[in-house]
Design a protein around this ligand. Sequence first.
Ligand SMILES: Nc1ncnc2c1ncn2[C@@H]1O[C@H](COP(=O)(O)OP(=O)(O)OP(=O)(O)O)[C@@H](O)[C@H]1O
Length: 226
Amino acid sequence: MIRVDNVSKDFVLHAQGGAVIPVLRGAQLLVAAGECVALTGASGSGKSTLLRLIQGNYAPGAGMIEVAGLDLATASPRQVSALRRDRMGYVSQFLRVVPRVPALDVVAEPLLTLGTDEAEARDKAADLLGRLNLPERLWSLSPTTFSGGEQQRVNIARGFVHPYPVLLLDEPTASLDPVNRAVVIAMMQEAKARGAALVGIFHDAEARSAIADREVDVSVFAPEAA
Ligand SMILES: Nc1ncnc2c1ncn2[C@@H]1O[C@H](COP(=O)(O)OP(=O)(O)OP(=O)(O)O)[C@@H](O)[C@H]1O
């Protein structure tokens, strides 16, 4: 479902005299349907960079990346947008909050974009927010003023509202209390059970051991190790 083959990535800091930061060399990753792989490695080893490459946010310097049948190197921007809309969900620990949009609509939006009927999309959004214990009085408010953990739960609900075959998770349980962390772990397990491929960064060791089938240490792809 996700295939990263021999990928290299350097960053070039144009504003700082063109300094080159080599991050990954020969990176390899395979994630099958129904599997969860945790990216590990020291801070700065390139975990987020690898996740963003899979998301199509960065272009690799070399190598190939295939996600849900799409070769990102040759895909058009339109195909990458379609991939993100129908097949690849992304949950980060920070919500990009759009002012004035109520939490319920933030969660329902991916379904509306896919053409789901409005009442059904809102019902699904409400189910997830309820399951994640977000108080109902908050559903009609913009998440701008929500706490970190409340915003994170809105983000998680948005990422799980559609059964994406691929899920990218960047610290999905970072600011959650134990009860909600257990809910999110259960949701990730259900996604695996329905055949989704999950790849994520989980600093929380308990969540990582509960959900990951394998760990891939990204520091083995460090340029100095190559
Ligand atoms: N947009 C960018 N421009 C320039 N350098 C970057 C950029 N993003 C990441 N880097 C550099 O790439 C290296 C890897 O960063 P990355 O964020 O992928 O590491 P990480 O393993 O996710 O770290 P952490 O666990 O601390 O979040 C770092 O040296 C970082 O400075």
